[in-house]
Design a protein around this ligand. Structure first.
Ligand SMILES: *Cc1c(COP(=O)(O)O)cnc(C)c1O
Length: 391
């Protein structure tokens, strides 16, 4: 009997027939990429999608996802990052240098603000927070050191929908780049590169963790552009930082993308129904949902958007203590306590506004809901039983 031949096991000559086609793209996993000869090894250009050099610089799986996200965002180029937060940090690190200033909306995603306050500050990059409903105020803040304006629509947790056109017009007139955190809009509610009136953002970032994944089981971010030189600047920083995403994670997002619009609109419809219902409840002082009349920035949402994500916050009447509101959250059964959104499970988080915003915009405890894909009626019953327990 022949001895086991490990070399033949590694270099076995069988090649599967070419031309395999299936609904889902194949999954390619590699650190090492093999070249046919030295000339090819030396000639490969990793900056463009002409070929492959090393797993970190892209595989057919990650290239395919980048192209589809660029399409979703109405952009031309895209790079993937290991999380939404990593995508925010990548934009900051690619576009800012020692001595520069970045302006961030006061209601922006908290960890992104923290990255500016803790990491960028240590590198000599300063930041200030601006009121996203006040374009003239932004204009007054822009100075010679200002190199980047972040935008987020609506703001995390307090849900004010910014005057995006006004803010972008101001930044453009002053020659400052804009970067939009488009996690909420997801490329569906509005087009970050075309806000109308000839205005658009320079960079559109998204936490693919949310709607593109849709499962609550993947962490990923994207940075999309429409300008080759700007893309290359981001791509170079991406390469130098060694940011990569796993093929199996890219596969999960690729599998979820075809249903993103169906899911987005289902989350939207259910969230609007529940937000309207909560607005009628005596325990609730305010419902913060950009599609609701009277919610901060509603007019900006209405002039720009065709949809809204399944996300809203409520402010409880000040007569309820934070401990009572915690009790309400604990009493929910279908709504689970957890961060993130865009997945099938409805989520709830009580926030301490005093730790997040100065000045504090609302008197009363705020609770943020992410509406999943359960039936409205079941979610409404769950909210009703937890509200009844408030006393
Ligand atoms: C979740 C989120 C992020 C960060 O995404 P992660 O993948 O969790 O790091 C950034 N911005 C917004 C608006 C988010 O909701």
């Amino acid at each position: 009997m022949a001895a086991h031949d490990p070399t033949a096991l590694i270099h076995h000559p069988y090649q599967p027939p070419a031309g395999f086609e299936a609904p889902q793209a194949g999954v390619f996993k590699a650190s090492t990429v093999i070249f046919p000869n030295v000339a090819a090894m030396r000639a490969r250009d990793w900056k463009h999608k002409h070929g492959y050099t090393y797993g970190l610089h892209g595989t057919p799986t990650t290239f395919t996802l980048e192209e589809r996200i660029a399409h979703l965002e109405h952009g031309l180029q895209c790079v993937l990052a290991p999380s939404g937060l990593a995508a925010i940090a990548l934009v900051d690190m690619a576009l800012l240098q020692h001595g520069d200033e970045v302006l961030i909306p006061a209601n922006a995603y908290g960890p992104g603000k923290d990255f500016a306050a803790q990491q960028l500050a240590g590198w000599g990059i300063t930041h200030r927070f601006y009121d996203p409903l006040d374009a003239a105020g932004l204009d007054a803040m822009i100075g010679p050191a200002t190199k980047l304006v972040w935008l987020e629509a609506p703001g995390s947790v307090t849900m004010e929908f910014p005057d995006l056109r006004g803010l972008v017009a101001v930044a453009r007139a002053r020659g400052v780049r804009t970067a939009l955190d488009n996690t909420w809009g997801a490329g569906i509610a509005f087009d970050g590169f075309d806000l109308g009136q000839g205005l658009g953002c320079d960079v559109v970032m998204q936490a693919l963790t949310k709607f593109p994944s849709g499962g609550g089981d993947v962490l990923m971010g994207s940075v999309t552009t429409r300008d080759e030189a700007l893309h290359l600047k981001i791509k170079l920083a991406h390469m130098r930082l060694g940011l990569g995403v796993a093929a199996n994670d890219a596969e999960l997002v690729l599998r979820s993308l075809p249903s993103i619009a169906l899911r987005y609109h289902a989350h939207d419809r259910a969230a609007r129904a529940l937000a309207a219902w909560l607005q009628q409840r005596p325990e609730i002082a305010r419902v913060l949902h950009p599609a609701l009349e009277g919610s901060p920035g509603h007019e900006h949402w209405r002039s720009l958007c065709t949809a809204a994500a399944g996300l809203f916050s409520v402010v409880f009447e000040p007569r309820y203590t934070p401990a009572q509101v915690d009790g309400f959250c604990d009493a929910l059964r279908l709504f689970k306590l957890g961060y993130s959104w865009g997945g099938p499970v409805s989520l709830v988080v009580p926030y301490d506004l005093k730790a997040m915003r100065n000045p504090v915009p609302y008197d009363g405890t705020l609770v943020r809901f992410s509406i999943g894909l359960e039936e409205d009626e079941a979610l409404r019953a769950d909210l009703a039983q937890a509200l009844a327990g408030l006393g």
